[in-house]
Design a protein around this ligand. Structure first.
Ligand code: GDP
Length: 361
């Protein structure tokens, strides 16, 4: 090739032909076809057979934001629905460090010894896939993650709480259709996610720890009110006494609460997840609860109420999304917000303005 730099006036800058750079994008990769999307019927067939790979693929579609995935996922859920429902759905919450993962590991092995299968799901709206989810991470439940009958799935990645929770709710349907008759839904006991978990489980277990001064401090009253059972973890070694003290304090605090809708009186127990002490007792309590609410009809009533709740929740979520995703609305919102902040217009007038633009379409 002729290089102008090789002209004598550029002495010292001689350019030799070099080795051609490989293309940045591997052309072979470009040719590789993407795996075609499975059909809903293929997925349902695999799920009903209890095939874990198919179940995982279906859950991935449930969690996906792509419209085409959403459509397939909804069809799969619809078809799995008649095969779902036959499980114990248990919500587990507790502040970070309370020992949720340690406990889920041993609780899980305990229920698996009774036979059946266990799915461990999580709701953690703050989690991001890329950073690795805090909850449901397989390394945190060492024994369970190696068990062939356990399916562990981290929280759907960050999004609105409603969205993350809905995906977990839908995943429950798929897991049940795949034969998982025990479902644990884990969440961090510090925020709003408890309400969402509460709306999809039959039994809500609150894990507490003793020895941090006033035991009732920092625990949201609302969370305690939702709990069907409170268990004080780490009742081992020198901590047995404080754990028992905490137990007594929780018991007397619960007396002050109004009676629960189920008629069940929440129990308070101590145990040690790490040393595996008192685990059967915790499960006996949970068994007692299920027997109690199945007998008095509350079990079915609550599930129906939850199904109703999710219908409205989903409508709310989709409506909000449709509104806030609209580019014209977003533009208008920005203008109106600025007006409100500058005191040029009242909040109500500004809201009315944006809404009327939305409904005019
Ligand atoms: P999570 O954040 O709620 O999931 O809590 P982890 O299960 O990760 O436990 C937090 C810490 O408490 C870890 O260092 C555990 O080893 C410890 N831990 C968990 N359960 C027990 C227990 O029963 N007794 C004692 N002494 N330590 C425990």
């Amino acid at each position: 090739m002729e290089h102008p730099e090789n002209d004598s006036q550029y002495l010292g800058l001689a350019v030799n032909s070099g080795v051609a750079q490989p293309p940045i994008v591997n052309p072979y990769l470009k040719k590789r076809k993407r795996k075609p999307l499975p059909t809903a019927s293929e997925l349902v067939e695999g799920i009903l057979k209890g095939d874990v790979t198919t179940l995982s693929r279906a859950v991935t579609l449930v969690e996906s934001l792509a419209r085409e995935h959403y459509i397939i996922a909804q069809e799969v859920i619809e078809k799995c629905l008649p095969y779902s429902g036959n499980s114990r759905r248990i919500g587990i919450t507790g502040v970070p460090g309370a020992g949720k993962s340690t406990s889920i590991d041993v609780f899980g092995l305990h229920v698996l010894r009774e036979g059946g299968k266990l799915a461990v799901l999580a709701i953690d709206p703050s989690s991001e896939r890329t950073k690795g989810s805090i909850l449901g991470d397989k390394t945190r439940m060492e024994k369970l993650s190696m068990h062939p009958d356990a399916f562990i799935r981290p929280s759907p990645s960050a999004g609105s709480l409603g969205g993350v929770a809905r995906k977990t709710r839908e995943t429950i349907v798929l897991c049940e259709a795949a034969g998982y008759n025990n479902i644990f839904v884990e969440t961090v006991g510090v925020g709003q996610s408890e309400t969402a978990v509460h709306s999809m489980v039959d039994f809500f277990l609150l894990i507490q720890i003793a020895g941090a001064g006033d035991e009732l401090q920092g625990i949201k009253r609302g969370i305690m009110e939702m709990a069907d059972g409170i268990v004080i973890n780490k009742a081992d070694g020198d901590n047995i006494g404080p754990a028992q003290l905490a137990q007594a304090q929780f018991r007397s605090a619960l007396h002050l609460f109004p009676p629960t809708a189920s008629g069940w009186k929440p129990e308070v127990l101590t145990y040690s997840g790490y040393y595996e002490l008192g685990i059967p007792e915790v499960w006996e309590m949970i068994d007692r609860y299920f027997a109690f609410v199945k007998k008095n009809g509350y079990f079915q009533e609550k599930r129906k109420e939850q199904a109703r709740w999710w219908m409205y929740e989903t409508i709310d979520e989709q409506l909000r999304k449709h509104f806030y995703d609209n580019p014209a609305i977003r533009e208008r919102l920005a203008v109106c917000e600025a007006d409100v902040l500058a005191n040029r217009r009242s909040s109500f007038a500004a809201a009315g303005d944006v809404l009327s633009q939305y409904f005019k379409k």
